[in-house]
Design a protein around this ligand. Structure first.
Ligand code: PHE
Length: 444
């Protein structure tokens, strides 16, 4: 069977940017910036994105394109059996991320539905908090929406790489930008928005500390979908003439841009209405609806907001599902459609205890964490960083020349930034991640 391919360069960039831009940029980034000191966090995040992030995304896409296989097959083809474990970590991580990501994706559907129905208690912050708490801790409602989210994700992936993924992202991503721009313009023109803009854009360097650097590095990895094979998988469908460095820079740029716009959407509005920017994970589901409740036209803006959040989540979840689907399809010869259905159902099932952990199963704890937090913790602190270290060591020490050729495109070794790429892959990225992991473990 002929391997599928992206139909166009634009399609690939939209798909990869769609994977990168997600709940991580719009839900997590603004609240991290809110709790980690605003402008300084943004600056550190952007520097990491432009260096380690850009180099690693090029490496992953190049690994995928060079082997034209799923992450396990790709590492095995290029580096042998031992290295294929790196791909296995990626496939497992894809499972883990999608199981909790889809639960949060389900919340966005629930909020979109409630926004349209006009049943979000936007006028009263205390009720909003109770409403959000009530949703996530309920039994059936969040599981139902988690299921709806998985069905949407599976539907797109089943339709195929070009016919499903590419076709949908080509519409959804531009739509996401338009919706986001509408909201940003509204937010920054609110009376009193300036304080929030300043908080977010003007760095206060005294805020830089170990915890913040860790958060910024982790966020850069997560928001570029790195360290777990998503970009390897997407890269494997890229044709051999595509310019990888150029496409990678676009993806980094778009992901960073949406993070910045996400911050500019959330923080000025939060300041303008005198709310707390350090509210944490509830910022988008509790604080923002409170803002919409006080805003003229808030009903419409709220619908736009949750629709945008859902689009961002979906274009990422399809890239997560695409990894194990490619793996089972290629390694075990299971038809793509069945692979997507079986894997999708499995992920749905793992998501169920994630969702219940925020309510009735909250008392079951391992290492002091409920199942949801445990999954997030394991991914953030272990599987993604380890996957990232192994991938960069692999690119830098084992297949460097191949990488160089992929990045140069014409088979020569004339990639302009080869020296910087080599340094980052061999030394800078692995050391940075090891430092982050160790300092996290030692709790400093
Ligand atoms: N990058 C996505 C986000 O920011 C999350 C993601 C991680 C998607 C890893 C795919 C792979 O929300």
């Amino acid at each position: 069977m002929k391997r599928e391919q992206w139909g166009s360069r634009f399609g690939f960039i939209m798909a990869a940017a769609g994977s990168a831009v997600g709940l991580g940029n719009i839900w997590k980034f603004p609240y991290l910036a809110g709790t980690q000191g605003g402008g300084a966090f943004l600056a550190v995040y952007l520097i990491i994105m432009a260096t380690i992030g850009a180099a690693l995304i090029m490496a992953e896409i190049a690994i995928g394109r060079s082997a034209k296989k799923n992450p396990v097959g790709a590492f095995r083809a290029l580096g042998g059996n031992l290295w294929s474990t790196t791909g296995v970590i990626g496939v497992v991580t894809g499972f883990m991320i999608l199981s909790f990501y889809s639960v949060v994706g389900g919340w966005t559907i629930a909020y979109l539905v409630k926004s349209v129905a006009g049943t979000i208690e936007s006028a009263q912050p205390e009720l909003l908090e109770a409403q959000f708490g009530g949703l996530v801790s309920a039994v059936w409602e969040p599981i139902f929406y988690h299921g709806v989210f998985m069905v949407l994700t599976m539907g797109i992936v089943i339709a195929g790489v070009a016919q499903g993924i590419e076709r949908s992202v080509k519409v959804l991503m531009p739509l996401l930008f338009i919706l986001l721009m509408v909201l940003v313009v509204r937010s920054v023109t609110l009376p009193g928005a300036w304080e929030g803009i300043e908080f977010f854009l003007v760095p206060d360097w005294s805020q830089v500390n170990g915890e913040m650097l860790r958060a910024a590095l982790g966020q850069a990895f997560f928001s570029l979908s790195l360290g777990m094979g998503a970009m390897i998988t997407y890269g494997s469908y890229l044709d051999k003439d595509a310019d990888i460095p150029n496409a990678s820079c676009w993806v980094v740029f778009l992901a960073a841009l949406v993070g910045v716009l996400g911050g500019l959407l959330v923080l000025p509005a939060v300041f303008a209405f005198g709310m707390d920017p350090g509210a944490g994970p509830g910022l988008t589901f509790i604080t923002l609806p409170a803002v919409f409740g006080e805003m003229i036209g808030g009903y419409v803006f709220q619908i736009i907001f949750f629709a945008m959040l859902l689009i961002a989540a979906l274009t990422s979840s399809i890239s997560l599902l695409a990894i194990p689907v490619a793996y089972f399809a290629e390694e075990y010869g299971i038809e793509r459609k069945w692979s997507a259905i079986v894997v999708g159902i499995l992920i749905f099932l793992i998501g169920v205890p994630c969702s219940l952990a925020l309510g009735v199963w909250g008392e079951y704890k391992l290492f002091g964490m409920n199942f949801f937090d445990l999954m997030v913790y394991a991914v953030d602190n272990y599987t993604l960083p380890i996957g990232g270290i192994l991938t960069s060591l692999f690119a830098g020490w084992i297949v460097l020349e191949k990488m160089g050729k992929e990045l140069s495109n014409d088979g020569s070794l004339n990639f302009k930034w080869m020296a910087a790429f080599t340094w980052i892959m061999r030394i800078v990225a692995p050391l940075a991640v090891v430092w982050v992991m160790l300092s996290g473990l030692l709790g400093s």
